[in-house]
Design a protein around this ligand. Structure first.
Ligand code: IMP
Length: 424
């Protein structure tokens, strides 16, 4: 297999975990370029459910090498919790998991700051996952972040922590409940993992580039979805990293000329957790039905996801900003019971027809989706493995999406298990 980037095309939770798990069979190395413990990649193997937040899902395949890229922000407590949990379940990461020395750390104070800031925003809060992602990336961009390699030099590490605590003291002062952070607490939480971390740290750009030169293939496992991208997403209701395909390169130190395909994972309807505009959102009745059937609850926070119709205006934009070459379509079976299915084909704004998505908040809050209504197939597709067995109306739905986006569908997921998949 060549080098593939897997990206979510909507607001995350498209089912990337399963798609990555399936394609991992063909890859040698699986690398996560961005995000942190805000992600929750769900994989079902037999009767076992795995939810991975930081470690690439490739770890579930024996002998595959997994990489945590420089573009990620790492919460060490979560990382070692995940490693211990995998070990309990018979999966050892030894000599298979490598973390970039340049990845930034999520410090306990990042989570405190995030909570404070969210509280102070009231109704305008982003609705983050509460994992300290925004403040950690903010320090990275502000050039005061703490990288994994800083642990090698405890004096430097402590100085940086001290300075960051001082610079944030105005925020901590807002806390009324005596939760002031101290250098001792902050550094204690991190430095206790020093020995374990050292055994995982590596120059991941070197590993990846040498592997590619030797004919190995790399699967870049994106997290979240393009609409949560810090540049191309629904800013400021987005995450703080480059979720879109370009992030795979900057987040690992592999050049764009080495990427062969970008696979966009598209859910057959749309969901989003957290706040922000969502033009095709359902009204309450349908939302609950789809949420129950699609088990649309956040894998990281357990929050109920907002649900809506498929939005082709948004998806065309996603295909464009990611350079998507193939589509993996997920959760087809969730639509099985619907008599009518709507697909948004354009937006109406100030009585004009709008074909191109724009991430202008005022526009997104005030535009009206224009739908094409199609007949549902009203037959179970759950667990189907052959394209020819799909009901004709389901095929029509799939073909319509593919034609509109100008991209071929390579895989259709018809259930959460590995084998509940149609490979085209
Ligand atoms: P943060 O990434 O925790 O800062 O959250 C920012 C926004 O992105 C919030 O709306 C979150 O709900 C959303 N978000 C972050 N990670 C994911 C994910 O993995 N799936 C879906 N939404 C996410």
């Amino acid at each position: 297999m060549p080098n593939w980037v897997i990206v979510g095309t909507q607001w995350g939770d498209e089912g990337k975990g399963k798609v990555v798990d399936l394609l991992t069979e063909k890859a040698d190395i699986i690398a996560r370029p961005q995000g942190g413990a805000n992600a929750g990649h769900t994989v079902v193997i037999g009767d076992n459910l795995f939810i991975l937040h930081l470690i690439p899902t490739g770890i579930l395949h024996p002998h595959k090498i997994c990489i945590i890229g420089n573009g990620m922000v790492i919460d060490l407590e979560q990382l070692f919790f995940e490693i211990a949990d995998l070990k309990k379940r018979g999966i050892d990461v030894k000599n298979r998991l490598f973390i970039s020395e340049n990845a930034h750390l999520v410090m306990p104070y990042h989570k405190t700051i995030e909570r404070l800031e969210e509280e102070s925003k009231g109704r305008n809060k982003v609705g983050t996952t509460g994992k300290g992602i925004g403040p950690a990336y903010r320090d990275k961009i502000g050039r005061c972040g703490i990288r994994l390699r800083d642990i090698l030099y405890p004096e430097v590490f402590k100085k940086k922590v001290e300075s960051n605590l001082k610079n944030n003291s105005h925020l901590f002062r807002k806390l009324k409940r005596g939760e002031f952070s101290s250098l001792k607490t902050e550094s204690g939480v991190i430095l206790k993992y020093k020995k374990q971390v050292l055994s995982l740290m590596a120059d991941v750009s070197l590993i990846l580039n040498e592997a590619i030169r030797n004919g190995k293939s790399v699967l870049f496992e994106g997290a979240q979805g393009a609409m949560l991208d810090i540049d191309h997403g629904t800013y400021p209701y987005c995450t703080s990293s480059n979720v879109s395909a370009g992030g795979a390169c900057t987040g690992t130190g592999v050049g764009p000329t080495l990427i062969d395909e970008v696979i966009g994972v598209v859910k057959t309807y749309t969901t989003r957790v957290g706040n922000g505009p969502f033009p095709t959102e359902f009204d309450d009745g349908l939302c609950e039905a789809i949420r129950e059937k699609g088990k649309e609850f956040g894998a990281t926070t357990g929050r109920p996801r907002r649900c809506g119709w498929l939005d082709l205006v948004l998806l065309k934009y996603s295909v464009r900003v990611n350079g998507i070459t193939k589509i993996a379509l997920t959760k087809l079976d969730v639509l099985d019971d619907l008599g009518k299915i709507k697909v948004c084909i354009t937006y109406k704004y100030k009585s004009k027809t709008i074909e191109n998505f724009t991430n202008d908040l005022k526009f997104l809050e005030n535009c009206t989706p224009v739908y094409k209504e199609i007949d549902g197939w009203k037959t179970s597709t759950h667990g189907m493995t052959k394209y020819e067995n799909l009901p004709q109306r389901a095929k029509d739905y799939i073909n319509f999406i593919s034609q509109q986006l100008g991209v071929k569908v390579m895989l259709i997921s018809t259930g959460c298990k590995r084998n509940e998949t149609i490979l085209i």
